[in-house]
Design a protein around this ligand. Structure first.
Ligand code: FES
Length: 574
């Protein structure tokens, strides 16, 4: 028995009417009397669903967590949380990340559990679950879905998302038949697990390891690898220990942990989406983290991992090459080696035990696959609160560029006109897309990597500077400036850009400017205010979201969700 009643004992340890109610209705699930003797109750928060392959196997994986919990003397109790199937949800799964975070926070807080294991994997589930758990601050561990096996098509490996964009451009350029395009579908996603490129899901799973909230190798072990079941079992063992030692999530999610995550993000050439997710998570635990931290901390870290979309290989290869612990080892002294992890070992001890098994996949710092691969944070009169660019996914010759804007007011406007042979655009133009920010879309969809006009593709153009208040898929590439803040919908300068305006990008100088004089911009603002459309949503979650969402530089959390609630047990229900 603990010295003071645990959270679970405040329900199950009561010998009165309320205790009868709390116990009786859960004994009905088959639990015997003796498990209510004060042993830790471990919640398993499961985002299982049949809507994508990413989380299809999580019921199975939960059984292995349970084995581990029982073995260590705890009581596992699985409960569901909404699944956010990235490839299915409209208008975008990102609209619901904060809803998942709210659900997880309140499910953990309202129920009699002492610690929690988060099971998720698709892009928004990892950050959503972690944000919710961080606001409660119980002992917490993550078991990710794990990536799919390598995709296969006509004798070669193909990567989730990345090859979809490539194939799609090839079809548009007349270099690939529609039959071949459709034929690649089944081979791309041929097992359970998350996208097999270093997209957002793999990036977030890698950052989970760098943050120290999972056991080592959580990110790269394929979803179907038996060792992931073992990892789930060992997580079940370990979470019981964490509860006994009262090691809370806030003790793991320190400033040093976030710096480690930014270093890992740069080394793996991670998804740009990680920026908003880490900012939001830091906001939940009260760790100061700014947009500039990503640029400053990641600036000197070269690209150490050769995975699509920045490189050649896939997550299965990354696993066999040594995974995240091997990257930590290669990062050397710059990686915060004293940082504590949920494993009980420091990051330094984990890195020390690691080996690199394939130098084609994980490079040394002395001989990396590319230069600095973090994100560049841009400022200027077009993005006073920031914008980001992933240089490792961009064309080097476009990182400094001056060009005339071709403006699309909405994504529908873009779709309606991009294929028009009379569109006034050339290879030096800058494609500008508005109305795709957090409040404007709403939900900040992954449309920033706009496909190029077919007439330029036919000329052999494969990249252009593109600017928007949207996000882009972690599997995408190109000279794509994202997360422009403030967004157009709330009156950011992006709203004022017109066709033919000159735009200057100075990537190395970290600036992005619209070359239009102030008096003209003031006139345009007056006109914009007069035409401001009424809110698109008048009820439900979307209204709450639009009314309270923060901009990209604040992590796109809802303003009233920043910070913690607590793990305190609230008043009785009867
Ligand atoms: Fe789920 Fe990519 S669609 S991880």
């Amino acid at each position: 028995m603990a010295d003071k009643p645990s959270r679970s004992q405040k329900n199950f340890g009561k010998l009165d009417r309320d205790g009868f109610i709390h116990r009786s209705w859960i004994k009905g699930t088959g639990l015997p009397e003796h498990v209510f003797d004060g042993r830790p109750v471990i919640g398993i928060c499961n985002t299982w669903s049949e809507l994508v392959t990413c989380q299809f196997h999580l019921r199975d994986l939960a059984e292995y967590v349970k084995r581990g919990v029982w073995e260590a003397g705890g009581v596992p109790i699985e409960f569901p949380a909404m699944s956010l199937p990235e490839t299915q949800m409209r208008p975008t799964a990102m609209l619901f990340r904060n809803l998942l975070a709210m659900e997880v926070e309140e499910s953990i807080r309202a129920n009699p559990i002492d610690g929690v294991v988060l099971l998720g994997g698709c892009d928004k589930t990892t950050p959503g679950q972690l944000m919710g758990a961080a606001s409660v601050d119980l002992p917490t561990m993550v078991v990710s879905s794990g990536p799919m096996l390598n995709g296969k098509f006509r004798g070669r490996d193909i990567g989730s998302g990345t090859d979809v964009w490539r194939f799609s451009e090839s079809v548009r350029a007349g270099e690939m038949s529609l039959a071949d395009f459709l034929g690649a579908e089944a081979g791309m996603s041929r097992s359970h697990g998350t996208c097999n490129t270093m997209g957002t899901a793999s990036t977030m799973a890698s950052l989970v390891e760098a943050l120290g909230v999972s056991l080592p190798n959580n990110a790269a072990l394929p979803g179907v690898d038996a060792r992931r079941k073992t990892l789930a079992h060992l997580t079940g063992n370990r979470i019981v220990e964490l509860v006994k030692q009262d090691v809370r999530l806030s003790q793991i999610l320190t400033r040093e942990a976030f710096e480690n995550a930014i270093l890992m993000h740069a080394a793996i050439g991670g998804s740009t989406n990680a920026v908003v997710h880490l900012l939001a998570l830091a906001g939940r635990v009260g760790v100061p983290l700014s947009l500039e931290d990503f640029d400053r901390i990641g600036r000197d870290v070269p690209l150490l991992v050769n995975l699509m979309p920045s490189g050649q290989f896939l997550m299965e290869d990354f696993c066999y090459a040594g995974g995240c612990p091997a990257v930590m080892k290669e990062l050397g002294a710059v990686f915060g080696r004293e940082a504590l992890t949920v494993s009980g070992f420091t990051q330094g001890a984990i890195a020390e035990a690691a080996e690199v098994w394939n130098r084609e996949v994980i490079a040394t710092r002395e001989s990396p696959f590319g230069p600095s691969s973090g994100v560049w944070v841009l400022r200027g009169n077009l993005c006073p609160d920031g914008a980001i660019l992933k240089p490792s996914a961009a064309s080097p010759d476009l990182l400094s560029h001056r060009g005339r804007a071709v403006v699309f007011e909405t994504i529908e406007d873009y779709h309606a006109r991009i294929d028009d042979p009379d569109l006034q655009v050339d290879a030096t133009s800058v494609l500008v897309l508005k109305g795709c920010g957090p409040a404007g879309y709403p939900g900040m969809p992954e449309v920033g990597n706009m496909a190029l006009p077919p007439k330029l593709l036919a000329q052999g153009v494969r990249d252009m500077v593109r600017i928007s208040d949207a996000r882009m898929s972690g599997t995408a590439y190109g000279t794509v400036i994202l997360h422009v803040a403030p967004e157009a919908h709330v009156g950011g300068p992006l709203a004022l850009v017109r066709d033919g305006d000159e735009i200057v990008l100075d990537g190395p100088g970290r600036t992005l400017d619209l070359i239009v004089d102030a008096a003209e911009l003031a006139r345009r603002r007056t006109a914009w205010e007069a035409l401001r459309p009424p809110p698109a949503y008048s009820r439900g979650w979307a209204k709450l979201y639009v009314d309270t969402v923060l901009q990209a530089d604040r992590g796109v959390d809802l303003d009233f969700l920043v910070g913690r609630s607590s793990a305190d047990v609230t008043r009785e229900s009867h």
